[in-house]
Design a protein around this ligand. Structure first.
Ligand code: AMP
Length: 384
């Protein structure tokens, strides 16, 4: 196994568990730096598999395939934190896994994550565990209403969560969540949501970028903007909290820390994703070092790249909804010289599925967002 302090140099092979768009853009950044990428996932013809050097198509519980995969790579990373523990534990017997099992253990579960934040003295929404209807009733007393009930495990993009506005809704909320271990969180009446990308290398070097302002539609990220002038007063504090989290986790790799900014100007951490994040896609064009390159550098123990901004930028997601009336009008956006189109190679465009994104660079992030939204409008307007 590689010595912890030895850099993994270009020419080496990076393994990745998971094969979606995050893995795809990671593989593209790795290839630019001269690495090979071997992807492991149960899905053939995946966004990552299409661009990786090698792919193993096997189940995350397939110990023999995981062993062979682990023995063929120099380090393993992940593109989603909810990958099976069989996969990470099997692989970790043979090769470095970055981020470590400890980081995944904490961030895979909302209750453990909240307790970690609380222990590190970082502000998060008031919370209480709810593992039964009685515990939920007690949690409502403790946390107060309105509140958000979230499954403790494997929730993302607003999946596995329900709002409780009055005590009368408590029983129904428990049933909606399917009787699973959950966390009740106080509802935060926020002014804005934003994220900070924080990378940490094995030597403890840290590079943070953001706040990136995020607008959601139906709990799914719609628009990201960097930098937003109104968030300037929070850059220092938000980056400081993110660095603190990266250090306390002993993170190696990149993580996205999602924040709520309250009307009173208080910063509250919502959650931590220990991987590149949708809100960081605009760094591909907007930053001297993209979040994907930064992740490659961090897991390989290389010096971290500059987080200097090349330009203000905005990103808008392209969801499967855009395909419902037929293929989007790609030439319409490709004719626009300001728009960068990213498509993830997914063949089936389901409603709500992330299929690609557009990035626009402009004088301000708001100008860029306006331009990107207009460009997205052109993708479907020709058919209306
Ligand atoms: P999450 O899956 O925790 O990222 O939540 C998805 C979205 O739900 C967030 O981006 C917020 O818009 C909203 N949300 C989650 N938790 C809270 C909360 N405690 N208070 C207010 N809104 C929340």
């Amino acid at each position: 196994m590689t010595n912890l302090s030895d850099p993994i140099l270009p020419g080496a092979t990076l393994g990745i568990l998971g094969s979606g768009q995050l893995g795809r853009m990671f593989a593209q950044a790795a290839a630019r730096l001269g690495y090979r990428v071997h992807v492991f996932s149960p899905r053939p013809d995946s966004p990552t598999g299409q661009v990786a050097d090698r792919q193993t198509v096997a189940d995350y519980e397939d110990v023999a395939a995981l062993t062979e995969f682990a023995q063929s790579v120099d380090v393993v990373t992940l593109e989603f934190e909810n990958v099976s523990t069989t996969a990470t534990e099997t692989v970790a017997k043979f090769v470095l896994v970055r981020p470590s099992g400890h980081v995944l253990y904490i961030t895979q579960n909302r209750l453990r994550e909240k307790r970690f934040l609380e222990g590190a003295g970082i502000a998060c929404a008031p919370f209480a565990a709810a593992n039964s209807p009685d515990e939920l009733a007690a949690a409502v007393q403790q946390v107060g209403l309105p509140a958000v009930l979230k499954t403790a495990d494997s929730g993302y993009d607003g999946k596995g969560q329900t709002m409780i506005r009055s005590a009368a809704e408590t029983t129904g909320a428990w049933a909606t969540m399917g009787n699973q271990p959950a966390v009740l969180e106080g509802f935060v009446d926020y002014e804005r949501e934003f994220s900070v990308l924080v990378a940490r290398s094995p030597t403890g070097e840290i590079a943070a970028q953001g706040p990136i302002a995020n607008d959601h539609v139906n709990h799914v990220l719609d628009v990201s903007m960097l930098p937003l002038a109104e968030l300037d007063p929070y850059v220092e504090a938000a980056q400081k909290i993110s660095r603190q989290i990266a250090t306390a986790l002993d993170l190696v790799g990149i993580a996205c820390v999602e924040f709520f900014l309250t009307h009173e100007g208080k910063l509250i951490v919502n959650e931590i994703a220990p991987r590149p994040h949708n809100s960081g896609h605009l760094t591909i064009e907007a930053s001297a070092t993209s979040q994907f390159e930064q992740h490659v550098r961090a897991i390989c123990g290389l010096p971290l790249g500059s987080t200097e901004l090349v330009s203000a930028a905005a990103m808008v997601n392209l969801l499967g909804d855009l395909w419902q009336a037929g293929d989007p009008d790609w030439p319409a956006v490709l004719a626009d010289r300001c728009v960068r189109l990213h498509l993830y190679g997914k063949t089936e465009a389901r409603i709500g599925r992330k299929m690609g994104h557009l990035t626009v660079l402009a004088a301000t992030a708001r100008d860029a967002a306006e331009h990107a939204l207009a460009a997205r409008g052109k993708l479907s307007s020709a058919k209306e």
